[in-house]
Design a protein around this ligand. Structure first.
Ligand SMILES: *Cc1c(COP(=O)(O)O)cnc(C)c1O
Length: 408
């Protein structure tokens, strides 16, 4: 019979994604935890109601805003995927998870260090809402390791990282950054956006991270049809996350949580196929005359490739490449010529996407193009390699490269 927690601590990651969170008390006699739609939870008596809210325990009925078995099951599964975790808070989007975790640990007067390759809305959160709340943000070179210690002062409260960056793919030395920060001040909170790898390919808490955030909208959901975010942490920071999420009224719809749990069950096979297809296409692109650079963590040309090799157990389906010479218009002609790639934001779904990207406006501590790189590095194409046959995708990209040459 399935263990009550759904899985054992020592199960391999592929076993965990299948079983985690499927507690008997939540699933009943069926395989998947059903959708429990509820605002009101009913109590047996006044005494029962009066005893209920006081406990505020996880996984206990109280009121719809604190979830139902559908959300608890997903949160529990994400916790089990992350060794060292105590709990997971779900949020209505990845950006809500970023906001919820930063607001849980920062207060007026604090300094936040943020990696310069961070996702644009993370920067926007820092530069706008956090600024008005009296938090100062300083951006740092993503390739900086233990030298981060030099940027830390008495007011430094938190460090936000993203590895690899989701536009430019630098792989950060998270262990070195966390160790250096903690040796300066053990109370500094280290937070990581782990959307690219998920805890399936990168176990962040084991590297010294305190709070690991994931935009489940991408690989956990996996089917481009739900917005959802999560933050997972050890006991101390989990309690802070939970308090803040409850005060902000963050809650995820049970239908969305159900779809995310359903996506999670196939994460292992999906990620392995994304990895295989993306790697073969990235390697092929690297051999094309018109391609200047492929930014994929599993290729030696990517900044931080050695750290990827040391720390990650896999690579996912998202990477960028830069054309030689050309212009934004020629780059756009390449993308417009593709028939199997949709043009749109987001990624991590089963379908391939291409996106025109200019990383330059999203940098402030380190220039883009980086020193020594060519000015054309602003004309970036970002690909989400889906689950189509990679030879079809490659043939489509070959047509795109032809359109680029014609547009020069
Ligand atoms: C998409 C994304 C997010 C935000 O997730 P949403 O669910 O779209 O709000 C955060 N970080 C990274 C790296 C992302 O790609």
């Amino acid at each position: 019979m399935l263990a009550d927690s759904g899985t054992s601590k020592n199960s391999a990651p592929a076993t965990k994604v299948v079983n985690a969170g499927r507690k008997k008390e939540w699933t009943g006699q069926v395989v998947n935890t059903p959708v429990w739609r509820a605002s009101t939870h009913l109590y047996d008596s006044c005494a029962d109601l009066q005893a209920g809210p006081k406990t505020n325990e996880d996984g206990r009925f109280f009121y719809g805003r604190r979830g139902s078995p559908t959300q608890w099951s997903l949160a529990e599964a994400l916790t089990q995927m992350e060794p060292g975790a105590h709990g997971t808070i779900l949020y209505p989007s990845g950006v809500a998870a970023i906001a919820g975790s930063l607001l849980a640990v920062l207060k007026p007067g604090d300094i936040l260090l943020m990696s310069d390759n961070s996702y644009d809305p993370s920067r926007s959160m820092a530069d706008n809402l956090l600024k008005t709340l009296g938090v100062t943000t300083r951006y740092f070179d993503p390739m900086m390791g233990s030298d981060i210690a030099e940027l830390i002062c008495d007011k430094t409260r938190a460090i936000w990282m993203e590895t690899p960056g989701s536009l430019t793919f630098e792989v950060q030395d998270i262990s070195a950054i966390c160790a250096a920060a903690k040796s300066k001040n053990p109370n500094i909170v280290t937070l990581l956006d782990n959307t690219w790898a998920t805890s399936h390919f990168y176990t962040a808490l084991e590297k010294g991270v305190d709070v690991v955030m994931n935009a489940c909208t991408k690989y956990i959901v996996g089917h481009s049809d739900v917005m959802l975010g999560a933050a997972t942490a050890g006991e101390k920071y989990y309690r802070k996350l939970r308090r803040t999420a409850q005060q902000l009224g963050h809650v995820v719809s049970p239908d969305d949580a159900y779809l995310a749990s359903r996506g999670l069950r196939t994460l292992d096979v999906r990620l392995k196929q994304h990895q295989k297809s993306a790697l073969s296409i990235a390697q092929w692109l690297a051999t094309q005359d018109d391609v200047a650079r492929v930014l994929h963590p599993a290729l030696p040309s990517c900044p931080g490739h050695d750290i990827w090799k040391r720390d990650f157990t896999g690579s996912s389906g998202l990477f960028s490449f830069v054309m030689k010479g050309g212009s934004a218009a020629a780059r756009n002609a390449l993308i417009d010529a593709l028939e199997l790639f949709g043009i749109g934001y987001s990624w991590g779904g089963f379908e391939s996407l291409a996106l025109p990207v200019d990383p330059a406006p999203n940098r402030s501590a380190t220039p883009w193009p980086r020193e020594g790189d060519s000015p054309e590095d602003r004309h970036v194409v970002r690909l989400n390699i889906g689950l189509e046959d990679p030879s079809d995708l490659q043939a489509d990209l070959a047509k795109g490269l032809e359109a680029f040459r014609l547009a020069l």
